[in-house]
Design a protein around this ligand. Structure first.
Ligand SMILES: [Zn+2]
Length: 86
């Protein structure tokens, strides 16, 4: 985790699996995992308890859904975004 917590909360990026327009009450934020979660961004690493992860949540057809992205994946992704901005 090499960026500031607020840098991980970039919305409307289209990066996340859940953000396809079919999600109601879509929300994403940086959280500390209270349970282990599998990173959904591609690396499929298990994010251990106590580690930070980006949590996305919302409702699809009235059913609550959520997914987690590890900060390693976010770091790589932010590297690309920030490089493109310069
Ligand atoms: Zn990951």
């Amino acid at each position: 985790m090499k960026y500031k917590p607020e840098d991980y909360s970039i919305s409307d990026t289209g990066f996340y699996g859940l953000d396809d327009g079919n999600i109601e009450h879509y929300e994403e934020k940086l959280v500390k995992c209270r349970k282990p979660h599998k990173c959904m961004a591609g690396c499929e690493k298990e994010i251990p308890v106590g580690e930070y992860a980006i949590r996305e949540s919302g409702f699809m057809d009235g059913v609550p859904v959520s997914s987690y992205t590890c900060t390693d994946c976010m770091d790589k992704w932010l590297d690309e975004i920030l490089a493109n901005e310069e």
